[in-house]
Design a protein around this ligand. Structure first.
Ligand SMILES: [Zn+2]
Length: 235
């Protein structure tokens, strides 16, 4: 049973997009989890086994209660019926109130396909007849992590206190971000990746008047109950 579940295409996606928010929610007492759909078998560096074991190290740093990898095909992820049913089954068992999906548009097909597959799996999970052995369950809220997309966020989470540990969780993928002397320009080294992530988090943090932030988009309108206590200074 989880309160919050992030569904991502690749191991190391959540570490770059919403890891600070996951960590913040875990420290607030919520049970958090991650499902990675693929293990990065098309990646140039490392192997699926190495990336899955690195993702377990990262999960500890992010304090998630549950992380699993569904080993769907990387870089050619399909929104298939079998994939939707597998994910729907996991959602029924984990019962997260809130689900984080990647934003529904983006450069990498696996990311936007994960948004679609994840949404449809959440819907299917609520249908009694898809499986007679598990109770139907539909997450209450779906939010989209929009860090890979250049869109105006619906809201930004302050991750200032969590940014360093999110960075550490990404560097746990030593096969991807470790020191290499092969002269490859495909893979940024640690100072480069640190600067890039800090600049992006700083940009979104700035929007809400804090140092580091993570952006999210929701499809529904946000409701506010107390307009006197609204944060983020106007002038
Ligand atoms: Zn990815």
């Amino acid at each position: 049973m989880l309160d919050l579940l992030a569904i991502a295409a690749h191991p190391d996606d959540v570490e770059q997009t919403c890891g600070g928010t996951l960590l913040r929610m875990a420290e607030a007492g919520y049970r958090t989890g991650i499902i990675d759909l693929t293990a990065g078998d098309m990646g140039t560096r490392g192997s699926p086994e190495i990336r899955v074991s690195e993702s377990a190290d990262a999960a500890k740093i992010l304090k998630v209660s549950h992380r699993e990898n569904l080993h769907f095909p990387d870089a050619r992820l399909e929104n298939s019926m079998a994939g939707r049913m597998t994910l729907a089954q996991r959602i029924r068992e984990l019962r997260p109130r809130t689900v984080i999906l990647p934003y529904w548009e983006g450069r990498h097909p696996d990311h936007y396909r994960t948004a679609e597959l994840g949404y449809e799996a959440c819907f299917l999970a609520g249908l009694r007849k898809i499986d007679q052995y598990t109770e139907p369950f539909r997450p209450y809220k779906i939010i989209y992590s929009s860090l890979y997309a250049n869109v105006v966020p619906s809201f930004v989470v302050d991750v200032t206190q969590y940014f360093e540990r999110r960075m550490e969780s990404l560097l746990a993928y030593r096969s991807q971000y470790g020191e290499r002397n092969d002269g490859s320009s495909l893979f940024p080294d640690e100072p480069e990746i640190r600067e890039r992530l800090a600049a992006t988090a700083r940009f979104y943090g700035n929007l809400i008047g804090v140092k580091y932030g993570e952006p999210f988009v929701v499809k529904e309108t946000m409701r506010v109950d107390d307009i006197v206590a609204l944060p983020v200074r106007s002038l």
